[in-house]
Each structure stands twice: as structure tokens, then as C-alpha cells.
Design a protein around this ligand. Structure first.
Ligand SMILES: [Fe+2]
Length: 251
């Protein structure tokens, strides 16, 4: 079996109006530049977007994504972030080319996509409600011998001294309780902190993607932007070792 290789994008923050600027950043243009880089990638099995596709829950944001990704001919998947509307995404999915599923398997690795947005509070921090935890448990139980990657918007692990540390999954112990009993979980990937980072916990690899829009400085004690260029990352899984290799790419 060949190495599995996919592009992990996150935090596009697109507006209805393509020329909209935020803090002197142009989210639509930087997403176009990311797509130009994706066109030069060879052998991507798929593209996965871990949320904050829209900045303001505008339906046009999702159509902008499809307009740029569908012509690549590479299957793409998405899941919601705190700036998205999961309801709207479900409604739009059948009208665009996105792969409309939250569990799939490619080249011997299983992917489980979670909705970590706090549906009660519309909060910035994440929360995994009971139905989402049960879905995770069930999806893991279905394939206990298949190496698995879990994707969600919010981060589980902290970055030292960061203003983002209270904005991750608030009930992360419920999540750990499930995955700690499932040795097939190889990695957990997220967005939300607009910054590429890698962690390890109990043998599981954790990766956050850079934003395709503006970057945060997660090491500051209060909200701060970073001057790093927008980008994405390519994750590859070697068929024998099952270890995940991560390469960050910037425009
Ligand atoms: Fe974001």
C-alpha cells in the first residue's frame, strides 16, 4: 500500500464579499494563494478542512470554497468551527462537491470528523456534547484494528502561557476517557489556534494547522497576531510505521 498523503487546511474565515479585509488581511486572496500551492502538490489523497470556513456564517463562504476546490478533482471534507454554522453546512453539502460524511477510510487509515462547536452557548471555546462523544465511541468500536485519525476544530492540548489555552475543548477529559481505551488512535488534528503546532500525549500525535487566513501568536498572554504567512500542512502516514509526518507549507 502507498503512503497516505492529505492536505490539512483550517480557519479560512471567508466572507460573503471576496474583497473583504480583516486586520489588513485578505482571507479570500490568501485562500486563493493556498489553492495555487495545492495545485502544485502531487498525489494528495484528499483535502480536509477543520473549520472556521466562514467568518460570519454566510452561506456564500461555503460556495467560495467549492468554487476553488472542486476543479482540483481531489476529494475534500469539512467540519465546523466556532465561526461556522453546522446546520448551514449540512444544508449546503448536497449542493456542492464536498464529501458529505464524518467517517471514512483511505489507504488503511480511518478518519473520524467531530463537531466540537458549543451548540448551546455559541462560545469560542469548544465542547463535545454527549451525542458527539457517543458517535466517537461507536465509530472507534466499529474498527478497533484500524489506525485512526480524529479531526475536530478545537485544540485539546495547551501551548505554554497562551491566551488560547481557555479556548480549547472544555470537556477534554470526556474525550480522553474514550480515546485512552482505544490504542488504534494514531493522531488528533485540529485548527482554531491559527498556528502550526505538534504535541504528543500517551503515544498519540496531535497537530494543529496554520490558518489559510491570518496567523495568531499563541505564545502571547493576550490576543496577538503573528506575522507568519498563511498556509496549510501536508500529513503523510507511512503504511508500515503508521507514524504521521507533518510538513507545513506557507504562501
Ligand atoms: Fe478561526
Amino acid at each position: 500500500m502507498n503512503t497516505l498523503r492529505f492536505a490539512h487546511l483550517s480557519d479560512l474565515h471567508l466572507y460573503k464579499y471576496k474583497d473583504f479585509m480583516y486586520h489588513e488581511h485578505h482571507p479570500y486572496q490568501s485562500f486563493c494563494n493556498v489553492v495555487d500551492l495545492l495545485k502544485q502538490e502531487d498525489t494528495l489523497d484528499f483535502i480536509l478542512i477543520t473549520g472556521d470556513i466562514a467568518a460570519k456564517q454566510e452561506k456564500e463562504s461555503y460556495f467560495h470554497v467549492d468554487e476553488l476546490l472542486a476543479p482540483l478533482g481531489t476529494p475534500y471534507y469539512w467540519l465546523p468551527g466556532n465561526h461556522d454554522s453546522a446546520v448551514l453546512m449540512k444544508r449546503i453539502a448536497p449542493k456542492v462537491q464536498v464529501q458529505n460524511t464524518n467517517v471514512f477510510e483511505t489507504k488503511g487509515t480511518r478518519f473520524i470528523l467531530l463537531d466540537s462547536t458549543d451548540r448551546q452557548e455559541k462560545a469560542v471555546a469548544g465542547f463535545l456534547p454527549d451525542d458527539e462523544l457517543r458517535f466517537l465511541e461507536k465509530s472507534l468500536a466499529e474498527a478497533t484494528n484500524t489506525s485512526t485519525i480524529i479531526a475536530l476544530h478545537h485544540q485539546l492540548l495547551a501551548t505554554p502561557g497562551s491566551w488560547t489555552n481557555n479556548l480549547g475543548v472544555t470537556n477534554k477529559n470526556d474525550f480522553y476517557k474514550i480515546i485512552d481505551a482505544c490504542p488504534q488512535v494514531q493522531a488528533v488534528i485540529c485548527g482554531h489556534i491559527h498556528h502550526a503546532h505538534a504535541w504528543q500525549r500517551k503515544g498519540v500525535q496531535y497537530f494543529s494547522a496554520p490558518a489559510t487566513s491570518y496567523q495568531f501568536n499563541p505564545y502571547a498572554p493576550e490576543f496577538a497576531l503573528d506575522e507568519l504567512a498563511p498556509g496549510y500542512q501536508v500529513l503523510s502516514i507511512h503504511p508500515k510505521t503508521r507514524r504521521v509526518h507533518c510538513e507545513v507549507k506557507r504562501i
